[in-house]
Write a protein that binds this ligand. Structure first.
Ligand SMILES: *[C@@H]1O[C@H](CO)[C@@H](O)[C@H](O)[C@H]1NC(C)=O
Ligand SMILES: *[C@@H]1O[C@H](CO)[C@@H](O)[C@H](O)[C@H]1NC(C)=O
Ligand SMILES: *[C@@H]1O[C@H](CO)[C@@H](O)[C@H](O)[C@H]1NC(C)=O
Ligand SMILES: *[C@@H]1O[C@H](CO)[C@@H](O)[C@H](O)[C@H]1NC(C)=O
Ligand SMILES: *[C@@H]1O[C@H](CO)[C@@H](O)[C@H](O)[C@H]1NC(C)=O
Length: 480
């Protein structure tokens, strides 16, 4: 080893050390950025967990938590993302308009600050390099600005989980570079502006959980990159617009649940070869589900519950992909759980309530590979006993069997420690209530033929009501 380079190394190390100690060279960030950030901090009235504790005047603002200056002394990204849902970790206050001093800002990420009030921050319009804005779960309110389209350099704008109200400004059609637009979880009203059709590079559009109404406009023809379309939990009515067909084969998530949509489920869905999630639940879709859906082999989640769909339900080829299936509360008469369902390898949630199933539960052959976490077969005509089934299903958390014809001795029931919810109400269950039900989180045994003294549990009277001769707390004293 050459001693000269070792000497150099030593001198360099000493120099770096001295530079770090010297307070006059420590402030690296631009004074405008420091001033803007400190003004933001002074608009925060409560920070109980010390999220901004590293933000101290005279220290290099580029080293403060959440501040990033990748190319020198200017702040390019500001990120405050509270990942915890702990109610003690939040920021209260308002967003200071002085953040406009961060003239090189490209990304603003405020997620889950929980208690920031005020209107849509107008300083965003004064940041010429802004590319992405996340203002999620803060608590901003008022209208979205009419000139929101002036933020036309943005590729991402998400304001989900605030209290924005009023309609979606028509200038949104000027956000032509937008890739991800999320206005979900607000109080927006009115219809979807037709100009959204201009947003041709959009891959993810989410308007979930607002109060939007009218029909879904026929705007999808040019949106060839759209992979995720989420319009659930609004007040949309009418039929699906024909141009949704042109989202094939790219669209992977079609989520339209909890609206007031009607008409039949279109045949063209069978061209959505990448479809992962189809949620049309809680609408007024009617008619039979097209047989051609058998062409979709990669669907992981299907929710068609609470519609007016009729028989026959097609045989699907999703054996190795399907994770959750909910066909509850339609007009199906399935007689039994279809073989393509019972043979699925990774199904975790199976909901077939009121599907006209008349099988005997003892005929359901379980396998060691079953991964059921949640089962809802309420309001069918299922007979027999769940004793063997519950003994074998080691991952089950929820077992809903209300309103069937199960007839068995409850004393024989055993279940794994994972089970949290057990609803056997409105069946023909007899025998005594075993003490082990006490460890469940939710129980309903009402309207059966149970008898005898209840074990000690935390459950209210209603979950034991309507039986033959149950007694003891929370019901009346046992006689004799
Ligand atoms: C949330 O902010 C409001 C107004 O800024 C304030 O009155 C309230 O105390 C804050 N909530 C919490 C939990 O600090
Ligand atoms: C979109 O931008 C153009 C040019 O900047 C402007 O003339 C037009 O009014 C804007 N459109 C809307 C709907 O605001
Ligand atoms: C749902 O749509 C139907 C027409 O399809 C209409 O009669 C009904 O009032 C709508 N319901 C709600 C809650 O908007
Ligand atoms: C299906 O959707 C309904 C209502 O939209 C919801 O309550 C239910 O949990 C969903 N089912 C599954 C399996 O996620
Ligand atoms: C228990 O089941 C009965 C009958 O299905 C139902 O009416 C009642 O609301 C349920 N109670 C609870 C606490 O879930």
């Amino acid at each position: 080893m050459n001693s000269c380079s070792l000497n150099h190394l030593f001198i360099c190390t000493v120099l770096i050390f001295l530079l770090c100690l010297n307070p006059t060279t420590a402030a690296r960030c631009h004074p405008d950025d420091e001033a803007g950030l400190l003004a933001f901090k002074s608009g925060i009235t409560k920070d109980p967990s010390g999220i901004l504790k590293t933000w101290k005047k005279g220290t290099d603002c580029c080293s403060w938590d959440g501040v990033s200056c990748p190319n020198g002394n200017r702040v390019v990204v500001l990120t405050i993302n509270i990942e915890s849902n702990d109610a003690e970790i939040f920021l209260s206050g308002t967003i200071s308009p002085s953040l406009a001093k961060l003239q090189h800002l490209e990304g603003l990420v405020f997620i889950n600050l929980k208690n920031i009030t005020g209107p849509f921050p107008s300083f965003l319009f004064r940041l010429p390099h802004l590319k992405y804005v996340y203002l999620e779960n803060t608590r901003l309110s008022g209208p979205l600005p009419a000139n929101i389209g002036a933020l036309n350099r943005l590729d991402t704008l998400t304001v989900k989980g605030n209290r924005f109200s009023g309609s979606i400004p028509s200038s949104i059609s000027n956000l032509t570079r937008i890739n991800y637009l999320n206005l979900g979880g607000n109080l927006l009203t009115g219809t979807i502006p037709l100009g959204i059709a201009n947003l041709k590079v959009m891959s993810n559009l989410n308007l979930d959980g607002n109060r939007l109404s009218g029909t879904i406009p026929d705007i999808f023809k040019s949106m060839t990159k759209l992979r995720i379309l989420t319009l659930s939990r609004n007040r949309f009515s009418g039929k699906l617009p024909p141009s949704i067909a042109s989202l094939a084969p790219v669209l992977a998530f079609l989520e339209l649940g909890q609206n007031n949509l009607s008409g039949s489920i279109p045949n063209y869905l069978s061209r959505f070869m990448k479809l992962d999630t189809l949620d049309l639940s809680k609408n007024r879709f009617s008619g039979a589900v097209p047989k051609s859906l058998a062409k979709l082999t990669k669907i992981a989640n299907i929710n068609l519950s609470h519609n007016l769909l009729t028989d026959p339900f097609p045989v699907l080829n999703v054996k190795n992909y399907i994770l959750t299936l909910d066909l509850s509360y339609n007009k199906f008469h399935m007689e039994t759980i279809p073989e393509w369902v019972t043979s699925a390898t990774i199904l975790t949630s199976l909901k077939l309530a009121k599907c006209g199933i008349k099988m005997n539960l003892d005929d359901w052959k379980t396998r060691q590979t079953d991964l059921y976490v949640s089962i809802d077969l309420s309001d069918n005509e299922i007979s027999g006993s769940p004793v063997r089934f519950l003994k074998e299903e080691g991952y089950l958390r929820e077992f809903q069997m209300s309103g069937n014809k199960l007839r068995f001795d409850l004393r024989k029931l055993s279940f794994s420690n994972t089970l949290e919810t057990l609803d056997l109400s409105r069946n023909l269950v007899f025998g005594k209530v075993p003490a082990r039900v006490a460890r469940l989180k939710t129980l309903n045994l009402s309207q059966n033929h149970l008898c005898g003294k209840l074990p000690a549990t935390k459950f209210p009277e209603s979950v034991f009501a309507g039986n033959d001769c149950l007694c003891g707390s929370p019901l009346g004293h046992c006689k004799g």
